[in-house]
Design a protein around this ligand. Sequence first.
Ligand code: SF4
Length: 81
Amino acid sequence: AFYTKVDQETCISCGACGEIAPDIFAYDEEGISFSLLDRNEGAVEVPEDLADNLEDACEECPTDSIMLAEQPFAKHAKKGQ
Ligand code: SF4
């Protein structure tokens, strides 16, 4: 299983990830990418059929802003998860 979120501090709004993986990434009003899966919390598992797109987006991101993990990202995790 994979979890993903965008490091919005380093994203440069290049538009690559949303083109490669439009089911995972979208952009806020400033053009900064975020994960559509759970508003960039990285807590919802990436669906299996999107894994290849995610990997490609990760490779193409010029600033390595797409973070991947095998566990949910804990920053905004709710209690009991
Ligand atoms: Fe931001 Fe990387 Fe996506 Fe480009 S590919 S919009 S730098 S997260």
